[in-house]
Design a protein around this ligand. Structure first.
Ligand SMILES: Cc1cc2nc3c(=O)[nH]c(=O)nc-3n(C[C@H](O)[C@H](O)[C@H](O)COP(=O)(O)OP(=O)(O)OC[C@H]3O[C@@H](n4cnc5c(N)ncnc54)[C@H](O)[C@@H]3O)c2cc1C
Length: 461
């Protein structure tokens, strides 16, 4: 209520979003069928656990995020600020603000401090090494080996510290296998499908033939598969590894290697998970294919369900290449797709909870409520291991904290690393998630209400 006067006019998309995420849908009565009134996510007391510093920092950062001009140009603005302020000045500006809001720290001690705090609040960390490469950024075998070491370190940290029950981490395949090769494999398997079992053999060190790849490409593929195999071996029975989805021009290759990893490592439980981006028109059929493959091949399936972070680029690329837009036409279509896939997975889990797992990775309150309601209807345990929720560190804490309080398993995606290492990731994240960032008004309002409560003289109404 406090800030509605000051809100800039909302474009149609944001208005529609606000109807679904930042507030109950227009015309909807206050959710008569809510499992718990807390799942209206209207209670600012979730923020009582925040220190003054954290409260003010979150308010400041979210205030900045409410200016689309800033968010859309944050990459350029940051490089200008860096030139003007110098490295030290830039770090003094960002370290206590944006970095502290969205990144856990650089050293294990810093990460541990930040994760221990989360643990006290019932939140679980899902560590994410912020390494990403796109086309033209490939850097040679040595770099991929260094990335492997960083990933193995991430497995070790996730497992050896007793930070959470059932630890999880994120993995970007393009940190271990060149994006160019992933694009080429994507093109090749569109013409002739490739059997993931052959990749399993390659992971075990057997030579393979991959029609259409030259000798050096096959050699790089083998190195990449062996790197993935090392991650699988290090994490199985210890840490669940959630493979990220990226762009449609490489996702089929990422899924192929992920399916091979699942086939090898998911015999008794889902240790390797794949991501399904529901903004894609084909996402439902990809999910159904994965379900049927997991049945026919006898492996367990872990699913990270997201809406998807690369919408603008996907659309631009499709237009440039004269291809059909792979993304649903509207936010509502993406929502329907998300909800539909959610139902598919929850139904599968209700039938065989030991074979399937899902993380409902979203900041969308409506989707979270829907998942919670279906879990209740289907008799799925809040913390039984087969369904959990996920949000990004520093975002939508009112949702995460409330879910934790209500007894659900909730993970925060936690990037870590130096300011230099995490900056490109943060910029990309801000741009990719700007629809969410612009939709954080509700969180800002709740933070303001908490600030107001603290400032009000005691005994006042
Ligand atoms: C734990 C975690 C892991 C993640 N891993 C991945 C990953 O591996 N790959 C990945 O791509 N993303 C990933 N994401 C990012 C995720 O895709 C974004 O956070 C998400 O898209 C934002 O949507 P939302 O569900 O939170 O909420 P909402 O705010 O409800 O939805 C916003 C999203 O809706 C979609 N959308 C918006 N407008 C339109 C439109 N006009 N037409 C069609 N669709 C539209 C877009 O996907 C947009 O991002 C991850 C997020 C989390 C929390």
């Amino acid at each position: 209520m406090m800030c509605s006067r000051l809100r800039p006019p909302l474009p149609r998309l944001l208005l529609l979003r606000a109807m679904g995420t930042a507030a109950p849908r227009l015309g909807a009565s206050p959710q008569p069928d809510l499992l718990s009134p807390a799942l209206a996510f209207e209670d600012p007391s979730a923020f009582r656990v925040k220190s003054w510093g954290e409260l003010l920092r979150a308010l400041g950062v979210f205030h900045l995020c409410s200016f689309p001009l800033l968010v859309n140009n944050c990459g350029k603005l940051m490089s200008v600020a860096r030139t003007l302020l110098g490295r030290r000045g830039f770090s003094l500006l960002l370290q206590p603000t944006v970095y502290a809001q969205f990144v856990a720290g650089e050293t294990e001690t810093e990460i541990s401090r930040s994760v221990e705090k989360m643990k006290l609040l019932g939140l679980r960390p899902m560590l994410a090494v912020p390494i990403e490469e796109d086309l033209g950024e490939s850097t040679g075998e040595k770099r991929y080996d260094d990335n492997l070491e960083a990933m193995l370190e991430c497995v070790r940290m996730s497992h050896s510290n007793t930070w959470s029950k059932d630890p999880m981490m994120q993995l970007k395949v393009t940190a271990l296998l060149s994006p160019e090769l992933c694009v080429k494999i994507t093109t090749l398997i569109a013409q002739q499908p490739y059997d993931p079992s052959l990749l399993v053999r390659a992971m075990d060190g057997e030579p393979i033939i991959f029609p259409g790849l030259d000798e050096s490409e096959v050699a790089h593929l083998l190195c990449g598969l062996q790197r993935l195999n090392r991650i699988g071996e290090a994490s199985v029975n210890k840490v669940r590894v959630l493979v990220d989805a990226e762009y449609t021009y490489m996702n089929p290759a990422l899924s192929l290697v992920t399916m091979a990893m699942m086939k090898k490592f998911n015999k008794d439980s889902a240790w390797i998970w794949n991501t399904y981006q529901c903004y894609l028109k084909e996402s439902r059929s990809l999910l159904l294919d994965a379900l049927s493959l997991s049945k026919s091949e006898g492996f367990c399936l872990g699913v990270k369900l997201v809406r998807g972070a690369y919408m603008d680029n996907e659309r631009k690329l499709a237009e440039k290449k004269g291809r059909l837009d792979p993304v649903h036409q509207s936010w509502e279509d993406t929502n329907d797709s998300y909800n539909g896939s959610l139902d598919v997975m929850l139904n599968a889990i209700s039938q065989k909870h030991e074979r399937y797992r899902i993380i409902v990775a979203t900041h969308n309150e409506e989707s979270v409520r829907r998942a919670a309601k279906r879990m209740d209807e289907l008799g799925i345990d809040k913390d039984g291991g087969s369904v959990c929720f996920g949000q990004l560190l520093g975002m939508c804490d009112h949702v995460s904290l409330t879910l934790a309080k209500e007894g659900y398993a909730i993970y925060k995606s936690v990037p870590y690393g130096s300011l230099d290492d995490t900056l490109p990731y943060l910029v990309r994240r801000a741009q990719e998630n700007r629809t969410v960032l612009q939709g954080i008004r509700k969180e800002r309002d709740l933070l303001r209400q908490e600030l107001w409560r603290r400032l009000r003289p005691r005994g006042g109404s």
